[in-house]
Design a protein around this ligand. Sequence first.
Ligand SMILES: *[C@@H]1O[C@H](CO)[C@@H](O)[C@H](O)[C@H]1NC(C)=O
Ligand SMILES: *[C@@H]1O[C@H](CO)[C@@H](O)[C@H](O)[C@H]1NC(C)=O
Ligand SMILES: *[C@@H]1O[C@H](CO)[C@@H](O)[C@H](O)[C@H]1NC(C)=O
Length: 235
Amino acid sequence: MLAALGALLCVCCSIEEGSAYTFRTFMGAEIAATAISSSAVVQRPCECRALCRDACVAVAIRRQPPRHFHCSFTDETVADATTNLTVPAPDSKVFYKRLVCLPGFTLVDNVGCIYVSTAALNFTAAAASCPSDSQLFTANFLIDFNAMRNYLKKTFVVPPNKFWIGLTRLGNSTTWKWFGGGTIEATHPSPYWNPRDPNENTDCAMLYFRPSTGFFYDVADTSCAGQMQFLCKQN
Ligand SMILES: *[C@@H]1O[C@H](CO)[C@@H](O)[C@H](O)[C@H]1NC(C)=O
Ligand SMILES: *[C@@H]1O[C@H](CO)[C@@H](O)[C@H](O)[C@H]1NC(C)=O
Ligand SMILES: *[C@@H]1O[C@H](CO)[C@@H](O)[C@H](O)[C@H]1NC(C)=O
């Protein structure tokens, strides 16, 4: 069984470069025992990485004398994986899987691959203009949202500035819906919304930067007909 697996894995190693993933590496770390979802013993370290597919978020590789390697996989999708999932282990390396970004996209840590448009369009046109295999930015967790804001604050520093994101009002309610599912409430205090928003009885949302009036790329509502740049996230 292991021999057959090994034969298959040799192929996996050679195609690894072309796979959808690259890995971010940490030396001297091991996945916390409570987070390990499965493990395997292989002959080459690249086989551990090749086996980290689908739900696998990270793999730790440790030499297993005399000439094998022990891989520990984790499926836990904690955003701050480096602090949550690793413990010091001098003889081990942890590889975190991350997407390879399509041309024109930038890898933003804890967010994914982001495309920032140069064109300024209304909301509908913007949503239809995200490059293929991407959609207007959505945040599945607060940590993604904060990472996106921090990236924008570091990268687009000239006010005023604003970008469409994939968030729209649900009917007439205080509930706002992310593209592809998930909602946030427009109630305060909010880690998403500017303290003064939503305030226009409009249905589309932007990240707005204007420090002089208290906007630091927080969410604000605005008319969907407005024209602005937009943020797309690779699926
Ligand atoms: C992950 O680590 C952070 C900071 O160390 C902590 O605040 C958070 O609760 C942890 N999350 C999980 C799911 O363990
Ligand atoms: C939505 O809310 C606005 C103002 O809050 C109100 O004028 C309008 O009638 C409401 N529309 C519906 C369909 O409830
Ligand atoms: C948005 O822009 C498109 C393309 O310019 C235009 O056809 C459409 O009418 C606009 N929609 C709104 C709501 O302004």
